[in-house]
Design a protein around this ligand. Structure first.
Ligand SMILES: Cc1cc2nc3c(=O)[nH]c(=O)nc-3n(C[C@H](O)[C@H](O)[C@H](O)COP(=O)(O)OP(=O)(O)OC[C@H]3O[C@@H](n4cnc5c(N)ncnc54)[C@H](O)[C@@H]3O)c2cc1C
Length: 433
């Protein structure tokens, strides 16, 4: 089959690999100049079963720590709708958990088979600063128990043995250890997977925007050269894209229409013309957050500076990931792009310093803010779109890194006419119509 993929983030690159591995002729269309240029760029990288958004729903808080400031009326309506949808049925929870597990297993297999060598670390410690916070998170622990997710309570002393760099001055009640979790550098992974897909014959068209889709037995798409200046966050990414080199197949200057046997949509924005053409008007929003990534200081006298693995600060809803010799701290869930003068990055510095004082080389810190596409119910859109020949693999919200490998594997099975072996009805677009 000839298959087109729209978008070369984690979802699109994983899909390209899976489909090319099945012998399909794959072409990926990406409006930016490289893979992982949008949400997948410098995201937290944490891959763990049953964390967000189950977390907020189970603990009685909003599914997202939505920041009230600057929300438009539409934003409030969306937040209210999301709160209403927090009645997570067992069906949906189980579907999400099964997809995450499938994904973690698929990532492990791909890493071994393709001998991928990228920045990553295993294990997660969810830190609780005091007893009240620990009690509040109890429903989540019960959920882990019921779902058979391996977890173990460590008291403060055991946490510090596990993570000797934790500040002795910062109050710590204890933490839950989740050995199944891991974190990895998503952009580096995307670059490696792209190379693997290319070895299998996949073709990448960068700086190429898909402007229209046409359903049918031989679905078609119309693409044209993208104007970089119009892309969100283009100026921040310019240096990184330049460093990525000219991995570009030049596309013709005029708009072109090509037909395929299947088209997979792995990138879109709320109000996107492509979604409108598919008659999909889901309550979809961009949810903004930020990360800070910095090299760890290397001091012989203090070999334990910084985290050894991955942590979540439950109180601040921030994650800290160990990526090679660097640490990344990630957080924020806001419906508006952060404004000038916003103290968000200072907050990341403060929390990092609170847990691991003096651990990073601050002058070399890299700052990134980005948004993930999210539906009101927090579940991705995965499967047939309802329009003939067009498939969906997008809106993975705050779990796109964790879900990318499994989603692509299952979608490739569906497109190839095989049984995916997992009930994907929870993720279908019918729930939105
Ligand atoms: C601050 C932050 C922290 C996060 N932390 C985590 C985490 O710890 N763990 C986790 O699992 N997830 C995390 N996420 C979520 C994760 O980053 C996303 O879910 C994931 O990267 C989505 O990947 P994607 O490929 O679907 O989307 P993207 O990476 O956004 O890729 C979509 C691509 O499609 C392209 N595109 C769109 N429209 C078109 C078009 N018309 N024509 C051509 N190209 C097009 C875009 O340019 C883009 O490159 C985080 C997100 C943020 C913002």
């Amino acid at each position: 089959m000839e298959v087109a993929i729209v978008g070369a983030g984690l979802s699109g690159v994983h899909a390209a690999l899976e489909l090319a591995a099945q012998g399909h002729a794959v072409v990926v269309f990406e409006r930016s100049g490289s893979v992982a240029a949008e949400a997948s760029f410098a995201q937290g990288g944490l891959c763990a079963p049953a964390l967000s958004p189950v977390w907020g729903a189970l603990c009685g808080t909003q599914p997202l720590a939505l920041q009230a400031s600057g929300l438009s009326d539409a934003g409030w309506r969306w937040a209210a709708r999301q709160a209403r949808s927090k009645g997570w049925t067992e069906f949906r929870q189980n579907a999400l958990l099964a997809l995450t597990r499938q994904s973690l297993a698929r990532s492990t297999l791909l890493r071994r088979q393709l001998q991928l060598d990228h920045e990553r670390s295993e294990g997660l410690l969810v830190l609780m600063r005091d007893e009240a916070q620990t009690r509040k998170a109890q429903p989540l622990v019960e959920h882990w128990q019921a779902a058979g997710i391996a977890h173990q309570w460590l008291d403060a002393e055991a946490c510090r043995r596990q993570e000797p760099g934790l500040s002795p001055d910062t109050p710590l009640h204890g933490g839950w250890q989740l050995p199944e979790a891991e974190a990895s550098n998503g952009r580096e992974l995307c670059l490696l997977l792209k190379q693997a897909a290319q070895r299998l014959g996949a073709h990448f068209m960068f700086h190429t925007e898909v402007r229209a889709l046409q359903a049918g037995k031989r679905p078609a798409l119309t693409h044209a050269p993208a104007t970089q200046a119009g892309l969100p966050g283009a100026s921040q990414r310019r240096d990184a894209l330049a460093a990525a080199g000219p991995s570009t197949v030049p596309s013709p200057r005029e708009a072109q229409t090509h037909s395929f046997d299947a088209i997979v949509l792995c990138g879109a924005q709320p109000g996107d013309a492509l979604l409108a053409q598919l008659r999909l008007k889901p309550a979809m929003r961009q949810v903004w957050g930020r990360t800070l990534t910095a090299p760890l200081r290397q001091l012989e006298a203090f070999p334990d500076l910084g985290p050894r693995a991955n942590l979540i600060d439950d109180c601040h809803q921030l994650s800290l990931s160990r990526l090679g010799q660097r640490v990344r701290i990630s957080g924020g869930a806001c419906l508006q792009p952060p404004s000038r003068g916003d103290k968000g990055f200072e907050h990341l510095h403060e929390v990092l310093h609170d847990w691991f004082p003096g651990a990073i080389q601050s002058q070399q810190a890299q700052y990134w803010q980005g948004s993930r596409l999210m539906l009101a119910d927090g579940l991705p859109l995965l499967g047939a779109s309802g329009a003939e020949g067009i498939w969906l693999n997008l809106a993975h919200g705050g779990q796109g890194a964790a879900l990318a490998a499994g989603s692509a594997q299952l979608l490739a099975a569906l497109i190839g006419g095989r049984d995916p072996g997992l009930d994907l009805s929870a993720f279908g677009p019918d729930r939105l119509r």
